[in-house]
Design a protein around this ligand. Structure first.
Ligand SMILES: Nc1nc2c(ncn2[C@@H]2O[C@H](COP(=O)(O)OP(=O)(O)OP(=O)(O)O)[C@@H](O)[C@H]2O)c(=O)[nH]1
Ligand SMILES: [Mg+2]
Length: 402
């Protein structure tokens, strides 16, 4: 049940940007050594982002994102800017591909977007033949970025100088990556951790979901002992232990039943609370949960999920949380739901944002969403934090991990 490869959300995201036909897709293929993206002399070949995961040592697991060309002509202006902005939200490092026939200034709109999104970029000049001889020795900068003392010329079609680019990328240590640990930092070797993972009709067939897999992996990395159970077997699992567990981690949906079974002094939390911590957004989520108490009828609430799973009849985001809010407040608010990569640009009409743990989103994207909420003055909380708040057990659920 442990993932075969590092989940995409845990990888450094390297976006490849530039004008149409600059050679972005050729560059992705050259870097990965595979025919991942379609290449053609026709401008505008790439219309949607192409993701390719790879190990780039010593940097580690990364994901490259090939993007549609960013031109003045062609695709509708605002749509093109919006698409690029969406990719930039998750980009840890950008590669700006400049066709040697063009100039850096011709990319000024894109460069301005990098600056606004606070994304560092490396400029790569493509298509110059023959490539001018350059010193490709890399020097480290104080801010964790590496740089070359000369412009970097490559030939994305033949692969010339691609190793110099990979070498440069591999030296980078961006600030938003890696994230806080999931749970390993609060565990000692031989600690027992009980994981309550209901296998109900909303659980996928034949596997555990990603947050469960990642938490198990982290517990094992701490040389602690994970014990998996469903709610019905929790009492039996507790009774089989000689010492109380160091921690119980439950699916947020089972908080009520689990809290009722556990002795009050047994530390309890949930997978989505651990992910809020992992993504660096837990403090804000705990603050944001207080707003739930003041929700009134007709207030707007945004419920946002990072994945686009098929919704089940008792779905947590669209059914259980609204039901919980209505039971808790007696109010009938208006819900807006967003999923996957989409997150509304305009947030001011919302009284509260309730977000999933974000196991499918990288840190940069989660921090972007948190910052966007903060900038608009809108409280943002998290599925597990919201549910535990409404159960009256939030303090207990974050006691040992904040
Ligand atoms: N001569 C030469 N041709 C190149 C080089 N890199 C790419 N090309 C060619 O330039 C054309 C465009 O390459 P792509 O990789 O599709 O460009 P792109 O930036 O992904 O283009 P869009 O997807 O349309 O935005 C193709 O015909 C490539 O074979 C290079 O370094 N030298
Ligand atoms: Mg392309």
């Amino acid at each position: 049940m442990i993932p075969q490869t590092t989940p995409r959300s845990e990888r450094l995201h390297i976006g490849i940007f530039g004008k149409r036909n600059a050679g972005k897709s050729s560059l992705l293929n050259a870097i990965t050594g595979q025919n991942v993206a379609v290449i053609s002399p026709v401008k505008g070949t790439t219309t949607d982002p192409v993701f390719k995961t790879m190990e780039l040592l010593p940097l580690g697991p990364v994901v490259f994102i090939d993007t549609p060309g960013f031109d003045d002509e062609g695709e509708l202006g605002e749509l093109r800017v919006e698409k690029t902005r969406n990719i930039l939200r998750k980009t840890d490092i950008a590669i700006l591909v400049v066709d040697d026939a063009s100039s850096l200034e011709a990319n000024c709109e894109l460069i301005a977007m990098f600056d606004i999104a606070d994304v560092k970029y490396i400029t790569v000049y493509n298509k110059r033949e023959p490539i001018p001889p350059v010193d490709t020795a890399v020097s480290a900068e104080d801010n964790g970025y590496a740089r070359l003392s000369h412009p970097l010329y490559v030939n994305a079609a033949t692969g010339e100088n691609i190793d110099a680019l990979k070498n440069l990328l591999a030296q980078i240590k961006p600030a938003t990556h890696p994230s806080h640990p999931l749970v390993a930092d609060i565990l000692c070797p031989n600690d027992t951790v009980i994981l309550v993972t209901p296998i109900d009709e909303s659980a996928p067939k034949g596997r555990l979901i990603l947050p469960q897999q990642q938490v198990i992996r982290d517990i094992l990395a701490a040389r602690a002992i994970p014990i998996l159970t469903q709610t019905e077997e929790l009492s039996a699992a507790l009774a089989s232990l000689r010492h109380p567990p160091k921690l119980v981690i439950t699916d947020s949906q089972a908080f009520k039943q689990v809290a009722a079974i556990l002795p009050p002094d047994t530390p309890l939390t949930s997978f989505s609370i651990l992910f809020a911590r992992h993504k660096g957004v837990l403090h804000q989520a705990v603050q944001g949960a207080r707003t739930i108490d003041n929700i009134r009828t007709d207030d707007n609430i945004l419920i946002s999920e990072g994945c686009t799973h098929h919704r089940q009849c008792d779905d947590i985001g669209t059914v259980k949380i609204p039901r919980g809010i209505e039971a808790h407040t007696g109010a009938k608010p208006i819900y807006t739901f967003s999923s996957g990569g989409e997150f509304p640009q305009e947030l001011s009409r919302f009284k509260l944002i309730i977000h999933c743990g974000g196991c499918m989103l990288n840190n940069r994207e989660m921090l972007y969403r948190q910052n966007a909420a903060q900038a608009a003055g809108i409280p943002i909380t998290n599925f597990g934090v919201a549910l535990s708040h409404m159960q009256g057990i939030l303090r207990r659920c974050v006691a040992g991990i904040m």
